[in-house]
Design a protein around this ligand. Structure first.
Ligand SMILES: [Fe+2]
Length: 403
């Protein structure tokens, strides 16, 4: 089997790196840019400084500061039109996963002259996205180094994944100054999302030595730093480590792709408005235990990366249990939930969610027209995880996630 690793995004990191954004804008060919953010980030001092610096250095900007939680098809299409009408060169995104996904969607839709909905799926557009600079303000989504964007299609109650080799950002600027004002619960939730990216990449059947190394080191960094990063906002070292780890995790999962936690979370996010980190985070210990059964060697590497010592003499099943309990203890320490309640996932919806998960994460708008009638409990959920999961097994995992 031949492996292919591709991640062309330049990554600039370190305290103060955001100050050089005007020079970076010119380097990637942005003399007229759409700046994308949300109302919370628009009030932050580092955002105002960055925008002021861009204007002072002659980069003409149009602002879109109303990005909603979750990148929305309607907002993306409208802003792509703004970008085209104003003949802007590309986008500068300063924000979390929703902002970066929205900006990436705008850059794809504007370059391809059609709705982002029609570009969804894997590699479903032909023109290179417009130049993009990404400045993450959480250590979580990893969208800054990812070809993928996740967009919410309110008309069809669906979340759609979109991307391909033509939609990598040109530049990511990782400056921990953006994490100073991050609320504790957001730092915890986004950090757990980053950890799931690393765990799912490391256990993917599409993994390779390069993605394994990035993913395993991201697990080590996050499990060693997330507690401090969440509990002490002024711990710049810990928050910087989480930021780098979040990018590394996505450099891994961008190529190795994501597994059952993300695949089973998608219908909950699409149809029940489950927040992404809550969906994937609660599913992760169950998805990990399910898949590690067929990866005993990797389970041993993982349990050590999660900080458990003295595992050499343990049986394989104890190693898997060790991974799960290390994960759960991290959740407890950072105040992240271990389960959902019935208002988040009504028990009567469990079977329907398992059926909706069948097309997998990367089906794009094709999944919108799929009929779910006649799906049996034996049907397999499309996913690059190493172990096949049936609809019936997915039902069991959803039920186990309910408190
Ligand atoms: Fe995620």
């Amino acid at each position: 089997m031949h492996n292919n690793y591709y991640m062309p995004t330049r990554v600039v990191s370190g305290a103060g790196s955001l100050r050089n954004i005007p020079a970076h804008a010119r380097e990637v060919g942005l003399s007229r840019a759409l700046v994308v953010t949300d109302p919370v980030i628009a009030r932050q001092h580092y955002y105002r400084q960055a925008v002021d610096a861009l204007e002072a250095e002659g980069v003409a900007i149009v602002r879109f500061e109303d990005c909603e939680v979750d990148a929305r098809v309607t907002q993306i299409d409208a802003q792509a039109q703004v970008l085209r009408d104003a003949r802007l060169d590309g986008v500068i995104c300063i924000g979390g996963g929703s902002v970066m996904c929205a900006g990436k969607g705008i850059a794809i839709a504007a370059a391809n002259g059609r709705s982002i909905r029609d570009c969804t799926g894997a590699g479903n557009f032909s023109r290179r996205a417009l130049p993009m600079i990404m400045v993450p303000t959480t250590a979580g989504s990893g969208s800054e180094v990812s070809q993928w964007t996740v967009v919410k299609d309110d008309e069809h109650h669906a979340k759609l994944v979109c991307g391909g080799p033509l939609s990598f950002p040109d530049l990511a600027i990782l400056d921990p100054v953006t994490l100073e004002s991050l609320p504790i619960h957001v730092a915890a939730a986004t950090g757990i999302d980053a950890l799931t990216h690393a765990l799912e990449a490391y256990t993917s059947s599409l993994g390779a030595p390069i993605t394994d190394a990035l993913a395993l080191d991201a697990v080590k960094l996050l499990s060693a730093s997330l507690r401090r990063a969440v509990c002490a906002a002024h711990d710049v070292e810990a928050r910087s480590a989480c930021m780098i780890a979040s990018s590394m995790a996505n450099m891994a999962c961008g190529n190795a792709r994501l597994g059952h936690a993300h695949t089973l979370s998608l219908p909950l996010e699409s149809l029940l408005d489950m927040p992404h980190p809550l969906g994937v985070g609660v599913l992760m210990p169950h998805a990990l235990a399910f898949n590690l059964v067929v990866l005993p060697g990797k389970a041993r590497q993982l349990v050590e990366a999660l900080g458990v010592r003295g595992v050499a003499s343990l049986a394989d099943s104890d190693v898997i249990a060790g991974c799960v309990s290390a994960l759960r203890s991290l959740y407890r320490d950072v105040g992240f939930p271990q389960s959902w309640n019935e208002s988040q996932l009504p028990r009567a919806q469990v079977r329907a969610m398992a059926e909706r998960a069948v097309p997998g994460l990367y089906a794009g708008s094709e999944g919108l027209t799929k009929t779910f009638a006649g799906i049996t409990g034996d049907a397999t959920i499309v996913c690059p995880a190493p172990r096949k999961m049936s609809v019936r097994e997915a039902e069991g995992i959803y039920a186990a996630c309910l408190a």
